[in-house]
Design a protein around this ligand. Structure first.
Ligand code: MG
Length: 341
C-alpha cells in the first residue's frame, strides 16, 4: 500500500463566528490517498483551530505511518486504530482521514457502497440541518434563503452572540422549519440559560448543544434538569473515554469523525452512548464532500444529523453531494461515492 497527502486552505462561504468570540474566513484541510491492488481510497482531515491540528501536524503524523501495517486485507479496523494510537496520541483528524480512506478503498475493492458494507439502512437516515453562523439580524433573510434553496429541511442556528432570542425570532418569522441551537460554550449564566431555553422551546427549537464551557459539567447538569430542550455535549466529549464522565450531565452527545478518529470509532461511541441512555447526534466540521459522504454512511445510527460541511465552503476539490428530501443522497457508487472536480 502507498499513500500521499495534499493540503488545502479552503475559503468559507461566510466568515464563521462562534459564541467563544473566534471568527475565521478559511479552514485547513488535508486530503489523503491510499492505493492498494489497483484501487485507491480518499480520506479527509478537517482541522478547525480548536482541535490543535494543522497541515504540519498532519504531515508529521502521515510520515510516521508504515502503510503495510494497515494490511492485511480485509482491513482489521480495530488493530489499525490500535497501531495508529500507538504511533502517537491525539491527532484524531488525520487518523480520521486514514480511517475514511480505508473505508473508501474497501468499498472500491468490493465494488460496493460503504453503507452496504457497514449494513446501515440509508432509509433510516434523519434529515440533516443546514447551519447559520452568528450573524447580524439584517443578514438572516439571505442566509435562511440560502438554506432553503440548498434543500435543507432543518436549521441549526449558532447562538452565544449578542442577540440570541432576536436571532431565533427573526428566523422563525422567515420559516417554519424545525430548528436546533448550538451555543458553542457561549453562555455563562445559569438563570439566563433557563430563561433562554424556555423561550427557545416556545419558538420551536428542538435541541440545545453545548451551552456552557466544556469543563462546566455541573452547570450543564443543572440546566438539563429544568430545560424543556434536550441538552447535548459537543466540546465536552471528544472520545469514547469522555462519554462515561459526561453522561450524567447531558441528554445526548454530538459525535464527529474529526473528534474521535473516524468511522470505526464513531460507531463504537454511538453504541456506547445508547447503552448509557444518551441520544446521539452526528456532527461535522467545515469539511468537504469526502468527510460528509463518509459520515453519511453511518447517519442512520443517529437521532440527529448535522453534516452540512460542504455547504459552508465557498470552494472544494469535490462535487457536492445531493440533498434529497432533506437528507444527503446515497449515490450508490462504490466506496464513498466521491467525485473529484
Ligand atoms: Mg457544536
Amino acid at each position: 500500500m502507498t499513500g500521499s497527502i495534499i493540503h488545502y486552505q479552503l475559503p468559507l462561504k461566510h466568515a464563521f463566528t462562534l459564541g467563544n468570540g473566534t471568527s475565521r474566513t478559511h479552514t485547513p484541510i488535508s486530503i489523503i490517498k491510499l492505493s492498494y491492488n489497483g484501487c485507491f481510497g480518499m480520506g479527509e482531515a478537517a482541522m478547525p483551530p480548536y482541535l490543535g491540528e494543522n497541515h504540519q501536524t498532519a504531515t508529521e503524523f502521515f510520515q510516521l505511518i508504515d502503510f503495510n501495517r494497515l494490511l492485511p486485507y480485509p482491513f482489521q479496523f480495530e488493530k489499525i486504530h490500535d497501531y495508529l494510537d500507538q504511533l502517537k496520541s491525539g491527532n484524531y483528524a488525520i487518523k480520521a482521514a486514514i480511517d475514511i480512506a480505508l473505508h473508501d478503498l474497501w468499498g472500491k475493492l468490493e465494488n460496493a457502497p460503504v453503507n452496504q458494507l457497514l449494513q446501515t439502512n440509508h432509509l433510516l437516515t434523519p434529515i440533516t440541518a443546514g447551519t447559520i453562523g452568528i450573524s447580524p439580524l439584517s443578514e438572516l433573510p439571505r442566509k435562511v434563503d440560502e438554506i432553503l434553496q440548498a434543500g435543507f429541511l432543518k436549521i441549526k442556528v449558532k447562538l452565544g452572540g449578542e442577540h440570541d432570542i432576536a436571532t431565533v425570532k427573526t428566523i422563525r418569522k422567515l420559516t417554519h422549519l424545525p430548528m436546533s441551537a448550538d451555543v458553542n460554550q457561549g453562555w455563562t449564566d445559569l438563570h439566563q440559560a433557563i430563561d433562554y431555553t424556555a423561550q427557545l422551546a416556545e419558538l420551536g427549537v428542538v435541541m440545545l448543544e453545548q451551552p456552557f464551557s466544556k469543563e462546566q459539567l455541573q452547570l450543564h447538569g443543572l440546566l438539563k434538569e429544568v430545560s424543556p430542550l434536550p441538552v447535548f455535549a459537543d466540546e465536552s466529549c471528544q472520545q469514547l473515554a469522555d462519554l462515561e464522565k459526561i453522561a450524567p450531565y447531558f441528554d445526548g452527545v454530538n459525535i464527529k469523525l474529526m473528534k474521535c478518529g473516524g468511522l470505526w470509532k464513531a460507531q463504537q461511541i454511538v453504541g456506547r452512548a445508547k447503552t448509557l441512555g444518551l441520544k446521539a447526534m452526528l456532527g461535522c466540521m467545515t469539511e468537504t464532500s469526502c468527510a460528509t459522504l463518509a459520515a453519511s454512511t453511518i447517519a442512520p445510527l443517529f437521532d440527529f444529523v448535522d453534516i452540512d460541511g460542504p455547504w459552508l465552503l465557498k470552494e472544494q476539490p469535490f462535487e457536492s453531494p445531493n440533498i434529497q428530501l432533506g437528507r444527503i443522497e446515497n449515490n450508490l457508487l462504490p466506496g464513498l461515492g466521491l467525485t473529484e472536480k
